[in-house]
Design a protein around this ligand. Structure first.
Ligand code: NAI
Length: 308
């Protein structure tokens, strides 16, 4: 069955412009009732153009879709709660949350005011935590939910002058990894999008590729898929931009196991790095606080048989 959102209700944060706008337009076009959240902030997070959310709502309604505007900021838990409540009050349910709102305060760490570090964390990380927390109870109670967090190549790969942003964008992946486990029993799936698009946020940063190849609406189909009932994955990181789609995954190299009863010196680690530092046969990180340690120690005969 083709992906559609008839009967589904979605919140898209920061959907008054850029990527959030194209996510909202696509979800609405495919049948979702959409809460277009946006206080109308500048790229730096200042100001409040209270018309941007309504403009997207008008566009959705003009095409026959259903949408409402919400102007709350995601930064405060109370605002996030109101965003979710507006979906419940107007449409009676909430099935989809796309955490998209974002700002930039780029500077090298040497020159960065810590207030600007915090402001970026507040919108990207706490904004995502606040909205997800508010939606979580609703989605768990109805045993259905699809959540998307928005990460970035700037965190995953690093980016000069974006330590605040990169930190925040990796934080949402940690959140996703844990909630992927917590949500699975109640069919609440959470995945990440790592987008690339020409928006006001990237204005001047991606001059080497013409904007026409970096349309925001080339990212939104990946977000819509992650928001769909058909997508039963959880904990994915999907990269999308310029018509290209790929998957990111935290990997671990096969590693070197020393006998934990013996001495390990810095020199032996340095020497072992020649082997464990090689990236040719990585495997996805084992989701356990000890990784695969128990398995390896058992293979060495250092632990008894597994009880499982
Ligand atoms: P944008 O600046 O066009 O859109 C961001 C939206 O978030 C704006 O409409 C803004 O008003 C809203 N916003 C800001 N503070 C808010 C708050 N406190 N509460 C609610 N909404 C708020 O930028 P763009 O490019 O569309 O970015 C969307 C998301 O995608 C962001 O999370 C960004 O970090 C992320 N991203 C974008 C990339 C790109 O290539 N454009 C690359 C990687 C990540």
């Amino acid at each position: 069955m083709a992906i559609g959102f008839e009967g589904r209700v979605a919140v898209v944060t920061g959907s008054g412009s850029g990527l959030g706008r194209t996510h909202a337009l696509l979800l609405a076009r495919l049948g979702a009732k959409v809460v277009v959240n946006d206080p109308g902030a500048s790229v730096q997070g200042t100001g409040d153009d209270r018309s941007v959310a309504q403009r997207v709502v008008d566009q959705i309604q003009a095409s026959g879709g259903q949408a409402m505007a919400n102007l709350d900021s995601v930064v405060e838990p109370e605002g996030a709660a109101r965003i979710v409540q507006s979906a419940l009050d107007t449409y009676g349910r909430l099935d989809i949350l796309v955490n998209n709102a974002g700002i930039l305060r780029d500077r090298t760490l040497a020159k960065l005011d810590l207030a600007d570090f915090r402001a970026v964390i507040d919108v990207h990380m706490y904004g995502t935590v606040n909205c997800t927390k508010a939606a979580w109870a609703v989605m768990n109670a109805q045993e259905y939910g699809r959540i998307v967090v928005t990460t970035s190549h700037s965190g995953i790969g690093g980016s000069f002058g974006q330590s605040n942003y990169g930190t925040a964008k990796m934080a949402v992946l940690g959140l996703m990894n844990c909630l992927a486990r917590e949500g699975i029993r109640k069919n609440v799936r959470i995945n990440a999008i790592a987008p690339s698009a020409a928006t006001r946020m990237t204005d001047g940063l991606v001059a080497s590729v013409p904007d026409e190849y970096l349309r925001a609406d080339l990212v939104s189909p990946a977000v819509a898929w992650l928001c769909s009932e058909q997508c039963e994955h959880t904990g994915l990181i999907v990269s999308a931009g310029g018509g290209y789609f790929s998957r990111f995954q935290m990997m671990e190299t096969p590693g070197v196991q020393f006998d934990p009863r013996g001495e390990v010196t810095p020199d032996s680690v340095a020497e072992a790095f020649e082997k464990f530092g090689r990236l040719d046969h990585p495997v996805p990180v084992h989701p356990h606080p000890l990784g695969n340690l128990e398995h390896r120690l058992r293979a060495l005969g250092l632990l008894g048989e597994s009880k499982q």
